[in-house]
Design a protein around this ligand. Sequence first.
Ligand SMILES: Cc1cc2nc3c(=O)[nH]c(=O)nc-3n(C[C@H](O)[C@H](O)[C@H](O)COP(=O)(O)OP(=O)(O)OC[C@H]3O[C@@H](n4cnc5c(N)ncnc54)[C@H](O)[C@@H]3O)c2cc1C
Length: 592
Amino acid sequence: MYEYRAPRRELSFVLHEVLEAERALAALGRDDVNRELIDSVVEEAGRYCEQVLSPLNWRGDHEGPVWQDGRVTTPAGFREAYQQFCRDGWAGMAAVPEHGGQGLPALVHVPVGEMLCSAAMAWRMASGLSEGAVLALTRHGSAAVQQRWLGALVKGAWTGTMCLTEPQAGTDLGLLRTRAEPDPAGGYRLSGTKIFISWGEHDLTEDILHLVLARLPDAAPGTRGISLFAVPKRLDGRPNGVRCESIETKMGIHGSPTCVLSFDAAHGELIGSAGGGLACMFTMMNHARLGVGLQGLGLSERALQAASRYAFERQQGRAASGPSARDRAADPIVVHADVRRMLMTLKALVEGGRLLAYQTYLYDDLAGAATDAAARHRAETLVALLVPIVKGFLTETAMETTSLAVQVHGGSGFIRDTGVEQYLRDAKIASIYEGTNGVQAMDLVGRKLLGTGGESVRILAAEIEATLAGEAPAPLAAAVAQLRASLHEWLELSALIAARAPQDPEEAGAAASDYLQFSGYLALGWCWLRMARVAAARLAAGDGERAFYEGKLAAARFYFERLLPRTLAHAAAIRAGAGSLPRLEQAQYAAS
Ligand SMILES: Cc1cc2nc3c(=O)[nH]c(=O)nc-3n(C[C@H](O)[C@H](O)[C@H](O)COP(=O)(O)OP(=O)(O)OC[C@H]3O[C@@H](n4cnc5c(N)ncnc54)[C@H](O)[C@@H]3O)c2cc1C
């Protein structure tokens, strides 16, 4: 069993040395957020994650929540950890001060989010969903709704949920049937069944605010007819017609109760305009999608920590170049090139992914603070483009990293008590919920590439070009050339998809997942070049910590030589087009 260690030095590198957080935030008018404050947030959150949450991760997986008569009891320790989380003020980290929050910029709460996911992802989902609910009410709730619920959500006295899915309506929310009837006494009465609702019932708090998508009586069919409602679990201290019918038995995130909720004439209040529910929900979904990307990153970091510890402990075989631990019967497995391949893959994906995620949150800060319309548009476009990449790419890579961590452990990795197989099981859901990764890919191609006429791609390309234009010390010359070639190829592929899409409606979907993967590898290449440049400069200046910066250069080299070339396979698949994806009969796919 491995306990989590907050990666303080890594966080400091990304925040202070690469993104220059203090300077970047001061430029946005946040000179109140200095390095000392950022470091103390990271330090305090890191300690909480290490000491309080990490030990709950495995226990939550083993015990899971228990359902009885509509009530859910969470695993031992979950409630106390949540109470401490709220007491220490973490629940209101991101919320605006007008509603009792701390108003920390996204760049400052993202490391906290990452560490919470590493420490206990299933537990973290409760507070993560509440943050999304706070955002949705802050942006779209009426003054009365805000007055009634925001304060309690921000304090963490209530948690929030996101109730979209129904048995017949998953990806296709246009099929949802939950009804909302105007109540002559005020508000609305909601009836219907929602499934798969994370933290839909629990004992962390007495009260829960459900954000529910439903249809008004005269609503148009499809997604245009959907409205958003806030439905409390209890109304004035009494049951409000919301019942948890059961909880699911799942592959992973066992600590998180996944609920079937029935709404029986439950009182609710409209959020935003009638028929505008999906637009409001997108506020929450974009927040949640970045949050799910952080889940992927958090699990990858935990997988990296476990794999690297084991690789130095476990002794098997001898190094190809001759024994390295002569006093022992065998060398540690890290002497084997193939084990180092696994560790380097983990390191390159985790650290590159971290910068990509944090950069996206910084663009979000920029979008919120920019007074100049052009700068705001640019930042908003970058966030919109990067949301599906952060969600889709960091969760796909989490399945690779967590699987590699199991592999490094050999047979022990497959044994539950070692603890690493949990990371692999937990990782899978992140590629499914908040819009499957297939849906993220369609969003990237449909809304972001084609929907902006290629503008979003050109804006990101300009950011990468700016990095490429900077000075490149000799060891980075090859990386610069590889990244330039990948960028060129990405722009060509983007143009190819845009040219094919109007000719055949199947083309965009046929290219989407490979395009998302290509975009992810390109974006990580951009991040690795930036990190390598900082490391090379520190080494040249003799700034000390040679081992740390040499590790960065080694990982950058590995990334450019061994991982970025994966784009070649994705490019080939994109060029192949829809022709290689014919619709076969069922019996042609498999015996039926
Ligand atoms: C543990 C867990 C927690 C969850 N938490 C919540 C929650 O808190 N709130 C909530 O509302 N929901 C929640 N969900 C539901 C989750 O968001 C959905 O399962 C997910 O959106 C996919 O919907 P589906 O399961 O109906 O799959 P389907 O929509 O049936 O999709 C099946 C497959 O078809 C593909 N597909 C479907 N449509 C398209 C398309 N148009 N183009 C391309 N491919 C397509 C999908 O990518 C997928 O691979 C949760 C689910 C789980 C398992």
